[in-house]
Design a protein around this ligand. Structure first.
Ligand SMILES: Cc1ncc(COP(=O)(O)O)c(C=O)c1O
Length: 392
């Protein structure tokens, strides 16, 4: 008997996870692999967050459920963060704590859109948006944001979409390109969406990690946008699985009902840790130190990698990624990433994970790891490219 498996279960895999699995196999053979594939800080949670967990361990309530939208101190701490970081007033009522930003996307898709609605996303863009949207019955429309657009999505391309999409999701700083939209560019997109009844989901998960440019929030220019953020990147707490959304008033109740039914609540100890991370001044100093390391790491790669490997590289102004145009070396990024892993023991992510059109010509390098690892990765890639070019 063949039991049915839904068509929506036929999701594409998240290629970076496949690379991680292959890297683990190579490590089992006692080779040390430089991990430039995964977008995850090599550091742990700030000290204040760790202490908060230890202090809470003896309290039985720290081991139980919380209210579906999150614990009060965390919602208040996040609201205050908007005042401190952007000078914007946010009510804790509009803050919704989620299981990573990943659950936030699913909640936003399910709450705001009907089956078959068309949602635009930047190309290149974060592949999980595409895969999740397809799995909940949405149609994905690409908004170009590649080299031909100077890596910046344009309002005129949005306005030219026919039929008009019901939503737009984009990230600034961007994964995979590291491009940060200027306040004007983001405001123009946010206002266009608001004026045209297009729901904007602004993924601001890499805010705090930018080099010589400020990260603007869409919250300042649209009252209908959903702002998504997380403790995973700037706060260095990927495994705690805490994210948040700032939502307009009319979405609070539907989101609450969905959260109650889908997850009941976000892990309690993680919410306690996140509260400390976002409210403790020492934690913020610690995190700024990590951002300084990312900047050094970026420079190590940009200065140390051969020009043929960096091609027409997107400006790495934020997040912790370099999106390298590797077309001078290979026209198949999946094969190139595979060879780099097997022959140089450097794990990278094929551009095909982020761009179904031109991604075969690019690799994404994450510089979230240690500076020593970046130096070693640059040395290995340079030697590999030299050998490869000699043999070609
Ligand atoms: C652009 C972007 N958004 C969202 C996420 C999901 O992060 P999390 O669910 O850990 O908050 C990631 C993870 O890499 C990302 O790169």
């Amino acid at each position: 008997m063949a039991l049915k498996c839904s068509s929506r279960s036929r999701l594409s895999s998240f290629m970076v996870m496949d690379v991680m699995q292959k890297a683990a196999q190579i490590e089992q053979l006692n080779h040390d692999v430089m991990h430039l594939e995964v977008g995850q800080p090599s550091t742990g949670a700030p000290a204040a967050a760790c202490r908060a967990i230890v202090d809470a361990l003896d309290d039985p309530s720290a081991h139980g459920y919380t209210l579906a939208l999150g614990i009060d101190p965390l919602r208040k701490g996040i609201a205050r963060h908007y005042e401190r970081a952007y000078g914007l007033q946010v009510s804790p009522e509009n803050v919704i704590v989620t299981v990573g930003s990943s659950l936030g996307f699913v909640m936003a898709f399910l709450t705001c859109f009907e089956n078959g609605d068309r949602i635009a996303m930047t190309n290149p863009g974060y592949s999980a948006y595409r895969n999740l949207m397809l799995s909940v019955g949405l149609e994905v429309v690409d908004l170009p944001a590649g080299a031909a657009q100077n890596w910046v999505p344009r309002v005129e391309d949005l306005a030219a979409m026919d039929p008009k999409p019901e939503g737009l999701i984009l990230a600034s700083p961007s994964n995979p390109t590291g491009v940060v939209l200027s306040a004007d560019e983001l405001a123009a997109i946010a206002r266009w969406c608001h004026d045209n009844d297009v729901r904007l989901i602004s993924d601001e998960i890499y805010h705090g990690i930018s080099f010589d440019v400020d990260c603007a929030t869409a919250l300042g220019s649209s009252s209908s946008a959903i702002i998504v953020n997380s403790f995973s990147k700037y706060f260095s707490m990927t495994g705690h699985r805490v994210g948040w959304m700032i939502v307009p008033d009319d979405l609070i109740d539907p989101m609450e009902r969905l959260a109650q039914n889908a997850v009941i609540s976000v892990p309690t100890l993680s919410q306690i840790a996140a509260t400390a991370a976002i409210t403790d001044d020492h934690a913020l100093n610690e995190l700024e130190g990590y951002v300084a390391r990312y900047r050094t790491n970026r420079d190590v790669l940009l200065d140390g990698l051969p020009a043929s490997f960096l091609g027409n590289v997107a400006p790495a102004q934020g997040a912790f990624y370099i999106y390298a145009d590797t077309s001078g070396i290979s026209a198949n990024s999946i094969e190139l990433a595979d060879r780099l892993l097997k022959e140089a023991h450097v794990a990278t992510t094929p551009g095909a994970d982020f761009d179904p059109v031109d991604g075969h010509l690019a690799l994404r390098l994450s510089f979230a790891g240690s500076t020593d690892d970046m130096k070693e990765a640059a040395r290995r890639i340079t030697a590999w490219v030299r050998d490869y070019t000699r043999r070609a």
